[in-house]
Design a protein around this ligand. Structure first.
Ligand code: UDP
Length: 467
C-alpha cells in the first residue's frame, strides 16, 4: 500500500491522476471475448481489468435451485489473488459474497427472467486487476456481457461511484482516493435513471449525497454511451455489408450445389446413380401397371350389372327372410326324398308280385278287402297278432325257410322295418327261436320277417310262383 499523499486534490483543482472532480477514468470495453460463453465482455476502467462471462438461460442445477415461474440469476464476483497489491486470499469471502448479492439485485429489475422458468442465468466476474471501483466496473461489464448473450433486458445497467476526498465530492474514485478518502458511494442505475444499487462507506451529508448523485448520473450517462457504442458496433451491421454477405452466401450455396463429387467418392456416386436410375424405371413400370389396371376397370361394363343383381338379391332377402327360404328348401328336399322312397318301394313290390296280381292289388278295395294277399297286409297281421308258443313258431319257421329261401326281393326296406317292429313286440320266446334259426346252415338261413308269417301256405304259394 502506497503512502498517504499529502493532498488528493491539487491547488489547481485537479486530482492526482489529472482528472477533474466530475470525470471518470478512461474506459475501454471489448465484447465477445470468450468463445465458450453465451456472452462476454472485457472491461478496462482506469487500472481495473475485469472479465465477465454470461451463460444461459440454461437448465438450473441443482434442481432444487430451479424456480417454476422464472429464471434464477446467479452472480459470482471473484477477485483474482494476483489482482491486488497484497495477495488476495483465493475463494469466496464476506466481501465477495456481499458484492455478488448487491450486484445480482442491481440486475434483477431489468432482466426478463420470467421468460425462462426453471432456468439459470449465470454471470461470472473475474477481477484480474483491481484499483478501486471493481464492483461498479464489474456491473458495467456484466451489463454488456448480458446483452451480448442475448438475455432479454428492459435496458442496460450502468454503475459508477462518487466519493469525498479532501472534503470535496468527486466522481469515480481511484485506489488512493478510495483508501485515503472520506467516503465511497457506489451506485447502479437503469437507462431511465432508476437506481438499482446504493452503498455507502464513510460519512456524507444529505447535500453531499445529492451532489454526488448528480455526478453519478453524469458518469453513468457517459458509461452508457460507451456500452451502447460497443453493442451497436457488434450488432448493428450496415446495409451495404449485409448485402455483400448475402451475395457471398448465395454464391457459396450455388457453388455447393454445382460442385462435383470428389474423386475418392466417384465409385460410390456411380453406384448411387445406378440405384436411382433403377428406382425410377421401377416406378415408371408400376405407374404403367396402375394406369392399365384403371383402364380395365373402366372398360368392364359388367360392374353396373353386378351391382343391380346384388341390389335385387338384397331386396329379395328383405321380402322373404332367410329362415323362410331355408325352411322351404328343407320341405322341398323332404318331399323329393319321400317321392323317391315311394317309387323305390313300388318298384320292389312290382318285382315281388306278378303283373296280374299287381293290377289286382292296385285298386283300393283289393288292398283293404278280406282277401288281402299283399305283403303289407301280411306285415300288419304279424304286428297285430298275439304272441304264439315257441313250438308253433318253430314249425312255421321251418316251413317258411323251405318255401321262401330263394326269394331275393324280400330285402326291401319295408320288410326290414317290419322286422324291427316284430322284434320290439315279440315275446322272449320268439326272439330265442329267431336266434336259433340264425345258427342254421348257410343254405337254409333265411332273413326277413316271412320266417314268422302266420299262414305258411301263402308264403309257399309265393315261393312257388317265384320258381
Ligand atoms: N482491495 C485489496 N484487497 C482486498 C480487497 C480490496 O487490495 O482484499 C483493494 C482493491 O484494489 C479494491 C479496493 O481495495 O479495488 C476497494 O475495495 P472495495 O471493497 O471498496 O471494493 P471496490 O471499490 O473495488 O468495489
Amino acid at each position: 500500500m502506497s503512502d498517504k499523499p499529502e493532498k488528493l486534490i491539487t491547488d489547481d483543482g485537479l486530482r492526482l491522476d489529472g482528472r477533474r472532480a466530475d470525470e471518470i477514468r478512461p474506459m475501454k470495453i471489448e465484447i465477445g471475448v470468450l468463445s465458450r460463453a453465451d456472452g462476454s465482455c472485457y472491461l478496462e476502467w482506469g487500472r481495473n481489468k475485469i472479465l465477465v462471462g454470461v451463460f444461459g438461460p440454461r437448465e438450473a442445477h441443482p434442481r432444487r435451485s430451479q424456480r417454476a415461474d422464472t429464471a434464477v440469476i446467479r452472480y459470482k464476483y471473484n477477485m483474482a489473488s494476483f489482482s491486488v497489491e497484497d495477495r488476495a486470499r483465493p475463494g469466496p469471502s464476506r466481501r465477495s459474497i456481499e458484492i455478488s448479492k448487491v450486484s445480482r439485485e442491481a440486475f434483477e429489475p431489468v432482466i426478463m427472467a420470467e421468460l425462462f422458468p426453471k432456468t439459470a442465468i449465470d454471470i461470472f466476474v473475474e477481477v484480474l486487476q483491481a484499483d478501486a471501483g471493481t464492483r461498479t466496473a464489474a456491473i458495467n461489464a456484466s451489463s454488456v456481457a448480458l446483452a451480448d448473450a442475448g438475455i432479454p433486458m428492459k435496458g442496460l445497467i450502468t454503475s459508477c461511484a462518487f466519493g469525498k476526498i479532501d472534503g470535496k465530492i468527486v466522481l469515480d474514485l481511484n485506489k488512493d482516493e478510495d483508501n485515503y478518502g472520506d467516503a465511497d458511494f457506489p451506485v447502479a442505475m437503469t437507462q431511465d435513471g432508476e437506481i438499482t444499487l446504493v452503498q455507502m462507506d464513510g460519512h456524507l451529508t444529505p447535500e453531499e449525497i445529492r451532489e454526488g448523485l448528480e455526478l453519478v448520473k453524469k458518469g453513468c450517462k457517459e458509461i452508457l454511451e460507451i456500452q451502447q457504442a460497443v453493442l451497436r458496433k457488434k450488432f448493428e451491421t450496415p446495409m451495404g455489408e449485409l448485402a455483400e454477405e448475402a451475395a457471398e452466401t448465395s454464391n457459396t450455396e450455388n457453388e455447393v450445389v454445382e460442385a462435383e463429387a470428389p474423386l475418392e467418392y466417384a465409385s460410390k456416386v456411380a453406384v448411387v446413380e445406378e440405384a436411382l436410375k433403377e428406382t425410377e424405371e421401377f416406378e415408371d413400370a408400376v405407374s404403367e401397371d396402375i394406369s392399365e389396371a384403371g383402364a380395365v376397370t373402366e372398360a368392364v361394363p359388367e360392374l353396373d350389372e353386378l351391382e343391380e343383381i346384388i341390389k335385387e338379391a338384397e331386396a329379395g332377402i328383405e321380402e322373404e327372410t332367410i329362415e323362410e327360404v331355408i325352411e322351404s328348401e328343407i320341405e322341398e328336399k323332404a318331399e323329393e326324398d319321400e317321392a323317391d322312397f315311394e317309387a323305390s318301394f313300388e318298384a320292389s313290390f312290382e318285382e315281388v308280385s306278378e303283373p296280374d296280381e299287381v293290377e289286382e292289388l292296385e285298386p283300393e278295395e283289393a288292398v283293404s278287402g278280406e282277401e288281402e294277399t299283399g305283403f303289407e297286409s301280411e306285415i300288419e297281421e304279424f304286428v297285430e297278432e298275439e304272441p304264439q308258443p315257441a313250438e308253433e313258431l318253430q314249425v312255421e319257421e321251418e316251413a317258411g325257410i323251405e318255401e321262401a329261401a330263394s326269394e331275393e326281393t324280400l330285402e326291401s326296406e319295408p320288410e326290414v322295418e317290419s322286422e324291427a317292429e316284430s322284434r320290439e313286440e315279440a315275446p322272449a320266446e320268439e326272439l330265442e327261436a329267431e336266434e336259433e334259426s340264425v345258427e342254421e346252415p348257410e343254405e337254409e338261413k333265411c332273413e326277413g320277417p316271412w320266417k314268422v308269417v302266420k299262414d305258411p301256405s301263402e308264403s309257399g304259394s309265393r315261393g312257388e310262383k317265384d320258381e
